[in-house]
Design a protein around this ligand. Structure first.
Ligand code: HEM
Length: 117
């Protein structure tokens, strides 16, 4: 179970890299790429699975801070919503740079919530 948890943490960090790294990489192009959208979706899925596994393992190394998780979930929904809207705008040939910045910036905020709280 702990191995599965560690694999999920790895996937969670890769999703974070896709959102924040994708934002930095494509900032000049004003478009939300599929990498950012899939990273945003992956964060919600892997994050919720991490909480579920942590609750199942229930030892001192896997404590769940529910207030922090609630804040992260709301911010992650902002990331995913902005990424989906920005990508849709891009498919219509419209500028998605505001949504890209909201998705990347909120993703960065979630990294800070994850590490500093
Ligand atoms: C854009 C969205 C998100 C980003 C950028 C993000 C980022 C991170 C980062 C960088 C860590 C590692 C922190 C550390 O080890 O000190 C982490 C851990 C964690 N995240 Fe997220 N997260 C996001 C969304 C979520 C969501 C939606 C949930 C749950 C609903 C969640 C649950 C968790 C949990 C349980 C851990 C602890 C893993 C461990 O045991 O170290 N995250 N997150």
């Amino acid at each position: 179970m702990d191995f599965a948890y560690k694999i999920l943490v790895a996937l969670h960090l890769l999703g974070m890299a896709a959102v924040v790294g994708g934002w930095i990489a494509v900032r000049a192009g004003h478009v939300v790429t599929p990498v950012v959208v899939w990273g945003a979706r992956a964060q919600i899925v892997t994050g919720l699975l991490l909480v579920g596994l942590a609750e199942a393992i229930k030892d001192d190394a896997h404590e769940v801070n529910n207030a922090k998780i609630a804040v992260k979930l709301v911010i992650a929904l902002v990331v995913a919503g902005a990424a989906e809207i920005g990508a849709a705008r891009g498919r219509r040939g419209e500028d998605g740079s505001t949504q890209l910045d909201v998705a990347g910036g909120a993703g960065l905020v979630n990294v800070l919530v994850a590490t500093l709280w």
